[in-house]
Ligand binder design. Structure first.
Ligand SMILES: [Zn+2]
Length: 95
């Protein structure tokens, strides 16, 4: 196991700050719903505040939120069966 994992690096935005791994609350829109993900791993600069989200975490999150994720796009999309509504016949009700 490699224990020499990089925990911080120089910020590419301001060149002065250090980007460190932090856990923040990530907000994203799912359709018209705002979804908050607590303890989301992100890389945050201590000088300019530049945020970079963990690539793996983003992939994982997209997989959770997007039901189409992981499905092959080359195949034609199967249409969902049309649900036929039974007409309500009010006149049939007998006393
Ligand atoms: Zn910075």
């Amino acid at each position: 196991m490699d224990s020499n994992e990089q925990t911080s690096y120089q910020c590419s935005e301001c060149q002065a700050g250090h980007v460190t791994r932090r856990y923040i609350t990530y907000f994203t829109w799912l359709g018209d719903q705002l979804v908050s993900v607590p303890n989301f791993p992100a890389w945050v600069c201590d000088i300019c505040g530049r945020r970079e989200y963990d690539h793996q975490a983003i992939l994982w999150l997209n997989m959770l939120l997007n039901p189409e994720a992981g499905k092959p796009t080359s195949k034609p999309v199967r249409k969902a069966p049309t649900i036929r509504k039974q007409p309500t016949r009010l006149g049939d009700t007998k006393p």
